[in-house]
Design a protein around this ligand. Sequence first.
Ligand SMILES: Cc1ncc(COP(=O)(O)O)c(C=O)c1O
Length: 397
Amino acid sequence: MQNYFTHSRTPSLDDLAPNDCHAAWTRAVQTLEKTFDLSISNPTKVGLPQVTATLEDLQTAMNAHYEASPQGLRVTRDAISEFYGGTADPERIQLFASTSEAIGALIKLFCQPGDEVVTCVPTYPLLDCLTSLECVRLLEVPLQDCAGLWTVDLWALDKTCTPNTRLMIAVSPNNPTGHCIPKAEMQKLVDFCAERRIALIIDEVFASYRLNTDPDLTAQPAAAYADKGIVISLSGLSKVCGQPQHKLGWGVFGGAPALVEEAMQRLQFITDSTLSVSGWVQRISPHFIQKRHVFVEPCMARMRANLDFLRSYATHDDIQWRVDDVDGGWSVVVRLPGWADDEAIAAKLAADGVRVFPGAFFGYRANQPALVLSLITPENDFALGVSRMAERLKDYL
Ligand SMILES: Cc1ncc(COP(=O)(O)O)c(C=O)c1O
């Protein structure tokens, strides 16, 4: 007989139970004297300076009259346009309560339940949840992996997409591979999607954290440079200012003008039904965006220091792992020998008091074992945690 949850879009309670890694980490935190969380990605909990505003600006924002705006207030969209150096037209910017909410809304805009969304893996694992909550199928196409140099496999993409594929999501800089899509490859993606009437989302939340400044890599917002189809660049305060708690994300629309116009009008039917972006956050965000460097600069300095430490450690004689290049973003990937089981190793490391993510969590395949470390971990913890990880890996590999 059916129960209340027979038709629920949520996983079963068994699937929601903590996995081996999580259970081992919880025990380690309770029993070991010192543990090192190298997976931490909450920017408000890593000892970096927080972006803030004056009391006066906060009060003005909080006391302002409420204006219901399905697109988002113009003053906020102007500040976002300025963030992009004017390349994004404020009329083509839509506000959301987060990038994740934006993805859900865009799936509603382009898809019926049962339709398909395609992405390239390894990538951000939340896409799996967001698509299943919207009742669409996520098609995963493996990125081509040439010793850490990742490229979109257009042939595989072509073989995988069907007439029911409505949306493609690409993440650049990608989480966790750290690679950025080059301009030439982005143009091919835009062409590919436009030919098949597939809308293209580029999740650019990490674009402010570029370590590789090669001008051949796509500049943000990619949508502003798209000449056909429909392309939406996503970002938000959670990474731009290190402020996930204030809940503001946005999309910049680009492509064929008539399509952009129609998409934005239809989207506002969706956003008007919840008006989920807080009024005061919209008003205070221009101040936050203007002061983002307070967070971004020390964050970049930390990322560089941690990456240098890891790279120099990897040159020691008896090391069996190597470090992938990072074009940008908050993660770095350590590649293990092909026969290793990254989930089992991450669980053992968690029991030893070092928390890292296994590559499998992001879609690395069994023959691509990897560990993912957060570059925003406080430097001291990172150095001590990497040293402990390296010592233990000598036994496990
Ligand atoms: C690639 C990527 N996109 C989106 C998000 C979520 O952003 P938001 O807080 O705006 O939902 C994250 C969070 O880590 C992310 O890694």
